[in-house]
Design a protein around this ligand. Sequence first.
Ligand SMILES: [Zn+2]
Length: 440
Amino acid sequence: MKKHPPTSFHPVSAPDFLPLAQLKSLQLQRLQGMVQRAFDNVPLFQQRMRERGLTPADVRRMDDITQLPFTVKTDLRDTYPFGLFASPMKDIVRLHASTGTTGKPIVVAYTKADIAVWENVIMRSFAACGLHAGDIIQNAYGYGLFTGGLGAHYGGEALGATVIPISGGNTQRQLMVMKDFGSTAICCTPSYFLHIIEQAPELGVNLKELPLRAGVFGAEPWTETMRQRIEAESGLKAYDIYGLSEIIGPGVAMECQCQAGPHIFEDWFYPEIIDLKTGRPLPDGEEGELVLTTLGKEAMPMIRYRTRDITTLTSEPCECGRTLRRIKRIGRRSDDMFIIRGVNVYPSQIETALLKVEGTLPHYQIILTREKGLDEVEVLVEVTREVFGDTVGALEQLERRLSQSIETLTGLRVNLRLVQPQTIQRSEGKAKRVLDQRKM
Ligand SMILES: [Zn+2]
């Protein structure tokens, strides 16, 4: 096992190390406050509680949370824009919204106290991966309605680091700033950082020679194989930050320097894992859907929010000494799953299968089509220039190895096509891996 330098302790991280009994009593106290607040101020929540014959007084122990109703994404759409707010508009200091792919976006709100919590968990996130005052953080998450940019921004400043609010896009400028300003950390989606890695040599930048040492990557699922590729090609340490706007934005969970899966900031966000089909809670160590409850959100309490993210919760101690439970890095979302010829497939499985084979680049696209009622899967995958220059025979052999690798992992036969570097469209935010062209 890899040895890690001991984390230099930052006072802001103190809640990460709370004794369990103390953490649990804090969680219960905050949960009771949150349920009361939602019951008094959010009609939808009160109605659902009444339907179950429950009142806030029924929450006596932490386990009672499993009796409470779930909240789902459509609840946010159905009550658009402000229907789930528990604070009057005069107390709300910020609104963010998701860029919905269909119809109306979902809107989330923050009071001053909510912004302070957000700032706190981002400070703890940066501290967890070894960043501190003196670091120069290049924040390439999008600024605007998306929670990424501003979310990471204030926590970075509060930590005493220098924050460069460069936002997403314009890779040439990203690289210039990274080099000239001496950025020591970068925040963006992992797929966008891959794009930066790819552009660097063309712009005469050697990432390994720069002071850049930490990448805070999130906002989309990614795999362990992808992490290895990123680290080998850039020389930085890649850390997984987890979050979602409905809960607060980035900073719900963050990896420490052991890189053993994000620790959930459990004093503010209570995690459960449930069975996808039955909704029943599962014990630690079992895989299911992550459900989160905000323990301190004033403007928009979220009680048992179903994230659609598939993961495992572990209470095994981490080498860093944090008492916060960890989630396995999110490799997949139940939303991303596609069903093809009766087989459930996640893009992350295909990614893992592809990256296991030498000569491929981490850029791929999955295209689903339907021919005469039959589903077909085509996987486009970029290969390095050297490989693309090989003989037709060698390329065909590589195609066969890749299709086999996919079939072994997913049980699915696909049409695999190798393409030249730079063929697949790059994204400056979240990567779009699956193109479903089937007519429903
Ligand atoms: Zn740890």
